[in-house]
Design a protein around this ligand. Structure first.
Ligand code: SF4
Length: 581
């Protein structure tokens, strides 16, 4: 139930000490994104490098976690290896409920372990386990071994890194349980820099539910909307993979490093194709009755007598774009096979796929050489990409080490900046137009999820800078409330502001419900201030030339509209970063 203070567990890996702290501010920052930004502001050292041991790694949940369905996300905040500034990444699986049942609203990790370590904690346990035997192991094997060693069950989450994280890659993700990730901006690299191979949280405490009919009636109503209406159906059925065909049709699906936006090869990688040829089952985050996670299989020959191993691989729209169309792969099993390698390496699939697409074009154009890459890269060649994923995750030589620092860092060194598909970080799979390019390029997390800009581009909205700017600012503000509550954004139609107010009220948070709009504006600004404290200046962001060459159903990118919107959004962000407002 809603309390006045947050209950924060602070763990220092350097000293081996930990402490529970009661931190005020529930009414002002709510939780999730707001809490993560607040804690980052309090703990981070903006003048120091991202991998300085004193820099914090934060995991925060929200006030509704454990009480309502799909309040399933955990917000991970850190100083990004990509840009050295505030970063957030969000993931679900069992992470949020495990933290709730461990009795904490947030975990703050500072310091650096002397040796590879697994941090194991719960409501009545905290231990630092020696993990030298896990160092070098891939993310899937690490998860498997830890599940065997830590016999717990129920609300237990295992968050770990693969080789990419150990190598402090700016593209390293944190793999969460199975099929979920803190993907973007290099959270895995932060764990690697702390010698932290894994964090296992046992949700072995209890959590009292409110008494009375009001709570159960509201819960039942929300549950009904999630399961008995059309609001969530598309996520369960074909899932987000259904977007592939639609975006290809709209000429908005990036192909072969965004050299095209539509291709007949789509037939081999549509949502229907994945469902018909590869789908095994659906899975869900803890407490979610929707189950949007689609799990396909890949076959691996392991014996000369045609004996096969079947491996399960989770797929969605984004991983299919990044390891499919972006790399020119048009066969669903090939795409899953590359995706599986990305999973093992512990790479963010979008950053990894887009980086490999850039490297392929750079090799084709002679910007880099075969000697530098050490492997042949050709659009459509899955075998080459499987090898390349290992080289990128393992940072095996100078070229791959540089690329592991980000595609634009590699392009700045070798050339090829014009065709680096980077919008703040490697692009998400939406070549929809000017509003999306500006939104991802300048946005707080450089994520397609901070605003619905790709949907705005697909509407018939006129090219009006003021209207687009208003949309970006308001949509971000609405989403900030959801990410502070840690709602799955797929449920944003179910959890409208009025429903959120009702949820807070039945948990005893009337004041939070009454101040929701003010909190939204406050948290939006706080996050930007956190970003600015690391030196971010949105005016410095440039949109690479490749995005100007894109042709969608609306025609070619309009450079004037793009530039005017870029300047307007950068100006608005600068205002939000300032303390005077
Ligand atoms: S809809 Fe999907 S991502 Fe969202 S909580 Fe459910 S399973 Fe997790």
């Amino acid at each position: 139930m809603i309390t006045e203070n947050f209950r924060i567990l602070e763990v220092n890996l350097s000293t081996g000490r930990s402490a529970i702290k009661n931190v005020p501010g529930v009414e002002t920052v709510l939780g999730g994104s707001g809490l993560a930004a607040k804690l980052h502001m309090e703990y981070s050292r903006p003048g120091l490098a991202w991998d300085d041991p004193s820099q914090p790694l934060v995991f925060a949940i929200g006030p509704l976690t454990g009480f309502f369905p799909l309040m399933s996300k955990t917000v991970c905040a850190f100083t990004s290896p990509l840009h050295g500034q505030y970063a957030e990444s969000h993931a679900g699986a069992r992470s949020a409920l495990a933290l709730r049942f461990a009795g904490i609203d947030a975990l703050v990790i500072i310091g650096k372990a002397e040796r590879p370590t697994v941090l194991h904690l719960g409501a009545n346990v905290i231990e630092f386990m020696e993990a030298g035997y896990l160092w070098g192991k891939d993310a899937l094997t690490t998860g498997k071994l830890l599940r065997r060693i830590l016999k717990g069950s129920g609300h237990r989450t295992i968050m770990r890194i693969g080789p990419a994280g150990e190598n402090k890659s700016a593209m390293a993700c944190i793999n969460v349980d199975t099929y979920r990730h803190f993907g973007r901006l290099g959270g895995g690299g932060v764990m690697g820099a702390k010698n932290l191979k894994a964090i296992a949280v046992e949700g072995n405490g209890s959590c009292d539910l409110p008494q009375g009919k009001e709570y159960s009636a509201l819960f039942a109503d929300i549950f009904r909307k999630l399961t008995d209406t059309d609001m969530m159906r598309k996520y369960h059925n074909l899932g987000t993979a259904s977007n592939l065909e639609a975006l290809n049709e709209l000429k908005a699906l990036p192909w072969r490093n965004l050299q095209a936006t539509s291709d007949p090869g789509i037939d081999g990688i549509t949502g229907e194709r994945f469902a018909d040829d590869t789908l095994l089952r659906n899975a869900a985050c803890s407490g979610c009755p929707v189950g949007c996670i689609h799990i396909g299989f890949v076959r691996e020959k392991f014996h000369k007598d045609n004996q096969y191993l079947y491996r399960q691989v989770g797929y969605d729209y984004e991983p299919i774009f990044a390891t499919g169309s972006m790399l020119g792969l048009t066969n669903a099993p090939d795409v899953l096979t590359v995706m599986d390698e990305v999973e093992k390496a512990g790479l963010d699939v979008m950053s990894g796929g887009v980086a490999l697409a850039w490297a392929t074009e750079a090799l084709e154009k002679g910007v880099v050489t075969r000697e530098q890459t050490g492997v042949d890269l050709r659009f459509g060649d899955a075998q080459g990409y499987m090898r390349a994923v290992h080289m990128l995750g393992g940072a095996v030589n100078d070229f791959w080490r540089t690329l592991a620092g980000g595609t634009m860092a590699a392009a700045a060194r070798y050339g090829g900046e014009d065709f680096a598909c980077v919008l703040g970080q490697e692009m998400a799979g939406y070549a929809t137009g000017e509003v999306f390019y500006v939104a991802q390029g300048l946005g707080l997390r450089h994520s397609h999820l901070d605003t619905g800009a790709y949907t705005y581009d697909q509407s018939k909205a006129p090219k009006d800078v003021d209207k687009a700017l208003t949309f970006l600012l308001e949509d971000e503000r609405e989403r900030v409330i959801l990410t502070s509550m840690v709602a799955c954004l797929f449920a944003r139609k179910v959890y409208d502001p009025e429903t959120l107010r009702q949820c807070l009220t039945v948990l005893g948070g009337q004041a939070l419900a009454d101040g929701l709009d003010e909190a939204a504006a406050r948290i939006q600004k706080l996050r930007w201030q956190a970003r600015a404290s690391g030196g971010y200046d949105p005016m410095n962001v440039r949109i690479p030339k490749r995005f100007l060459e894109v042709e969608t159903w609306k025609g070619r990118t309009d450079p004037q509209y793009l530039e005017e919107l870029r300047l307007a959004y950068a100006g608005a962000i600068r205002e939000m970063c300032g303390p005077e407002n």
